[in-house]
Design a protein around this ligand. Structure first.
Ligand SMILES: [Zn+2]
Length: 214
């Protein structure tokens, strides 16, 4: 799969470039902070690789697998939105960057298929017990999915988004403007880490300071 290659390439590139200061390389494995999105950017020749990690609550307002049609629709709409990076960010035109590849994934549906929530409503708990091999079920006794504070996977659902751009004149790269905040106003700040020909840079961007200069 090209996306797998892309991801591997991105992280290889990033981890290779950040041996000296790898702190943010670990952030993927930690619980995210709501309202805070991570954006890692790396230049590879004429290519720009962007990887965004966003708390699901920032994007769709909840972090559990969708349980109603309305929630499924919200998720679907969000994925469509995230597949249109032109609405989320802008690279200065002089750099001549064209979107080459994109990949949007999330952790919200990992066990949606193994959980048959609709049946839960109709069956008593004795029948539940037959499904004990699904260890998550115990936490579902009260059908209060909004309070899955101890849920193994569902506590912090998140989105992972990768975009690659191929740029005709990448030496003209000068600004990255984030429109993310108007699409997803729950995000308060975006932590940007960039590794480009200009070196390694970091910035915290907000709705009122949404432009980054390389
Ligand atoms: Zn969370």
């Amino acid at each position: 799969m090209p996306t797998q290659h892309f991801r591997a390439a991105t992280w290889l590139l990033i981890s290779a470039a950040t041996c000296a200061a790898p702190a943010w390389a670990y952030t993927q494995h930690e619980a995210h902070i709501h309202g805070q999105v991570e954006l890692n950017m790396a230049q590879d020749g004429n290519d720009l690789l962007l990887e965004i990690t966003a708390p699901a609550v920032d994007v769709i307002g909840f972090e559990h697998p969708p349980e109603t049609e309305a929630e499924q629709q919200v998720l679907k709409d969000a994925v469509l939105k995230l597949n249109r990076p032109e609405n989320l960010l802008a690279i200065n035109a002089a750099a001549g960057c064209q979107l080459h590849e994109q990949h949007v994934s999330h952790t919200l549906s990992e066990h949606a298929e193994t959980h048959d929530h609709e049946k839960h409503g109709d069956h008593d708990h004795d029948e539940h017990d037959e499904h004990d091999e699904h260890d998550h079920h115990e936490g579902h006794d009260h059908h209060d999915h909004g309070k899955h504070s101890g849920h193994e996977h569902g506590e912090h659902g998140e989105f992972s988004i990768q975009y690659t751009y191929q740029c005709d004149t990448i030496d003209k790269l000068s600004t990255l403007t984030l429109k993310w905040f108007s699409q997803f106003p729950a995000t308060e700040k975006i932590q940007l880490q960039a590794i480009t020909a200009q070196g390694q840079q970091a910035a915290t961007l907000t709705a009122s300071q949404a432009e980054f200069r390389f």
